[in-house]
Design a binder for this molecule. Structure first.
Ligand code: ATP
Length: 334
């Protein structure tokens, strides 16, 4: 079976972008009997961006409840929290010792931070942590530990999968054939949703529409999406509209075509937003109910996560790390 791995960083409340870009397609894919799915809560990754412990904790619970509410079946997939698997940081160190620093210098997230510093006339590395710099190595460990074949990603993440291949290959070359080299499964048809301010919707930008915002709040947030100032009756440019992009991610092809026409015919922004709200709410409302019920039972979620990690460690992580420790010349811990 093809092993497919998906993670969400526990850096905030899950939003419509996480749902459309990760949760919905991953759950659909897990129904394929030829796929073995790995879903994890990337809480070590969260520490790179968030230093508020309460936020990380809350986010972990919210993201776990989101996966479960959206139909993840913990009995038929691997579902775990990254920090419950101590083999991940151990493997991160092994990979750090084969990863080229020059390769990490070229990582997009790091380069973007350097560019930002330069634009502000600061030192290149001002306020950049080693955690941010090393992030692709941690991600490589997430992937290589479970010998994932496919990692569904947006275009901006392809580079990180290539780095995981590179680090895995170097390790294999030095120590024997331990890792399957992963491939990026580029999600061409999965949209990147814009946030309230028009930038990519992202937990770190605080520009999100929470997936399970209560109905009234959902409506209010949608009413606040930035639009141009064209009046009702004036034709609108669907392709440059955030409201339209969000609608497209939730509507059928026919509904989308009809809405495109309505934009050309000059639908008012109020009406366009009302239709968008109704479309999203229709899909999300039944899931929201399950989510709220789950959030009221945090101990159950905790037990599911611990059980997933314990089984996964026993089955994959602990035996693999024992082999790797031997391969590199470290003491056998068993
Ligand atoms: P952070 O700001 O902490 O990186 P994020 O909200 O941008 O958080 P991640 O947790 O890094 O998202 O990503 C989890 C998954 O959600 C990934 O598969 C990512 O591609 C997807 N995703 C995130 N934001 C969007 C978006 N705006 N549109 C579509 N998919 C998205």
């Amino acid at each position: 079976r093809t092993r497919v791995l998906t993670g969400i960083t526990t850096s905030g409340t899950p939003h419509l972008g996480n749902y459309v870009g990760a949760v919905r397609p991953a759950i659909a894919a897990s129904r394929d009997p030829n796929v073995e799915s790995y879903y994890f809560l990337a809480d070590y990754h969260a520490l790179i961006k968030v230093s508020d412990p309460a936020r990380v904790q809350r986010s972990t619970l919210e993201i776990a409840a989101t996966w479960l509410a959206c139909g993840l079946d913990p009995a038929s997939v691997w579902f775990y929290r990254q920090s419950d698997i101590p083999e991940i940081p151990e493997l991160t160190w092994f990979l750090s010792c084969v990863a080229g620093k020059g390769i990490l210098n070229r990582a997009h997230a790091y380069k973007a931070s350097v560019d930002k510093n330069r634009a502000e006339a600061l030192d290149d590395d001002a306020a950049i942590t080693a955690g941010l710099f090393m992030y692709p190595v941690l991600m490589a460990a997430d992937i290589l530990l479970f010998n994932a074949h496919k990692v569904p990603v947006g275009r901006d993440q392809v580079q990180h999968i290539e780095m995981a291949r590179d680090f895995g290959q170097r390790f294999n070359h030095l120590y024997g054939d331990h890792f399957t080299l992963p491939e990026a499964a580029i999600e061409e048809h999965v949209a990147t949703l814009p946030g309230l301010d028009g930038r990519k919707m992202s937990k770190s930008y605080d520009n999100t529409i929470p997936l399970f915002a209560p109905r009234e709040q959902l409506k209010k947030l949608i009413a606040g999406i930035v639009t141009d100032s064209r009046a009702p009756g004036e034709p609108k440019d669907a392709d440059n509209s955030n409201v339209f992009q969000l609608y497209q991610a939730f509507a059928s092809t026919e509904e989308t075509a009809a809405m495109r026409q309505a934009y050309a015919d000059g639908i008012g922004w109020g009406d366009a937003k009302q239709t968008l709200f109704e479309r999203i709410d229709a899909e999300v409302a039944p899931l929201r109910e399950k989510y709220e019920a789950l959030m009221a039972r945090p101990a159950e979620i905790e037990a599911i996560l611990r059980d997933g990690a314990a089984r996964l460690r026993a089955r994959h992580a602990t035996p693999l790390l024992a082999r790797l420790r031997e391969a590199v010349g470290l003491r056998d811990l068993s």
